[in-house]
Design a protein around this ligand. Structure first.
Ligand code: F6R
Ligand code: MG
Ligand code: MG
Length: 366
């Protein structure tokens, strides 16, 4: 049986700023999916990370299915209505289009989907990040799927040793999806050359060279491309099938100990370290730091187990403390140099007007 996992997520309003959705909004989304999923879904779960609500669904209808996407869109619209009634900040903010047009891609919500023949045991991980953009997964995925220093399976397992195919999207191209396929280990340096620029080149999917099976799907949407102006951070989601012919769970999550500096946090315009957090974590210091949660599941005949909270372990308390220290170090330099994003990634355009006004006041000294 082919199982599809679809996760669709959006920021539809939050309490106290961009911090966390209200309980009533979460209930509204859950109730809508529950009441309208009959004959569509095998199973579903509602999660939140920071101010974003994710609907994780399993079904047998394949990827980009109209009815599945419509169900999620309508559920998020129902949640946005509730958010408006409660006066939540940014109510409905990621629902950028008025009418559903067959697929939520390009309408604001982030989407990641995997469709596969279930293995007898089918573990997978669901990552959700807030206050950052889709390139946030570039480094962890690069290390997990191509570096034996992180992933011993690449030298221990014959299947993993044949490498993986990365599909990488140029998210600056707004005309159409512009993608390239590159294979490890041969194309390793080309992959690195692209992924070093996470604002432009984003891992979209990764598949096994040995079997062709897909392990990874990342939501690549950039809200400012859809809205035509700078808007909130994209806050991507990512699905990863793990174990056997794919890297193990421990190999996939190991790179998150680095807490790399990523785009996001305050006004979506800074560089801050990525903090691996527990499920249902909120946002705090400097509208950040950017966070990532990870729920582990097994799926069997489309039915989901309960989630295990992968970053809820004493080890990650140490990582979080170190990450907080990195965040403080960066914040000590305020707006200066790498603390703030380059001009073309700032969420606000006021600075452009300010510099334009100053430009006219410059004098050429003879
Ligand atoms: C993402 C997020 C941010 C905000 C950004 C600007 O979840 O909340 O990217 O969109 O901080 O928000 P305003 O202008 O409302 O402060
Ligand atoms: Mg937000
Ligand atoms: Mg968010």
């Amino acid at each position: 049986m082919q199982t599809t996992i679809s996760v669709i997520k959006a920021d539809i309003g939050s309490i106290g700023g961009h911090i966390t959705p209200s309980i009533k909004v979460l209930e509204a989304v859950n109730r809508y999916v529950d009441q309208h999923s009959y004959e569509l879904l095998v199973d579903f779960r509602i999660h939140y990370t920071g101010d974003d609500i994710a609907i994780l669904m399993t079904h047998t209808r394949g990827m980009e299915d109209r009815d599945i996407h419509k169900l999620a869109w309508d559920a998020l619209m129902a949640g946005a209505e509730q958010a408006k009634m409660e006066g939540l900040y940014g109510a409905g903010q990621d629902l950028l289009k008025d009418a559903f047009s067959g697929n939520v891609k390009g309408m604001g919500p982030a989407v990641a989907e995997l469709c596969f023949e279930e293995r007898p045991n089918e573990p997978f991980l669901f990552f959700a990040a807030d206050k950052t953009d889709p390139g946030v997964f570039n480094l962890p995925l690069y290390l997990a799927f191509s570096d034996p220093m992180n992933t011993p399976g690449l030298i221990l397992s014959p299947e993993l040793g044949r490498g993986f195919e990365f599909t990488i999207m140029d998210v600056s191209n707004t005309e159409a999806d512009r993608v390239i396929k590159l294979k490890t280990p041969g194309d390793l340096y080309d992959i690195a050359a692209l992924l070093r620029n996470p604002e432009r080149y984003v891992v979209e999917s990764i598949s096994s060279n040995a079997t062709g099976e897909q392990s990874v799907a990342v939501a690549t949407s950039r809200l400012h491309n859809i809205a035509g102006k700078y808007t909130g951070k994209d806050d991507p989601v990512c699905l990863v099938r793990v174990q056997k012919q794919f890297p193990a769970t421990g190999e996939i999550i190991a790179p998150y100990h680095i807490s790399p500096y990523v785009a996001g946090a305050m006004r979506g315009s800074h560089q801050m370290p990525l903090m691996p957090v527990k499920q249902s974590s909120t946002i705090s210091f400097f509208d950040g730091p950017p966070i990532v949660s990870c729920a582990g599941f097994c799926v069997h005949n489309g039915k989901l187990t309960e989630p295990t909270d992968v970053f809820d372990h004493p080890f990650w308390d140490h990582v979080r403390a170190r990450c907080s220290q990195k965040a403080i170090e960066m914040r000590q330099q305020g707006f200066f140099g790498p603390a703030m994003l380059p001009m073309d990634e700032l969420e606000y355009t006021g600075i452009v007007d300010r510099l334009e006004a100053l430009n006219g006041k410059f004098e050429l000294r003879a």
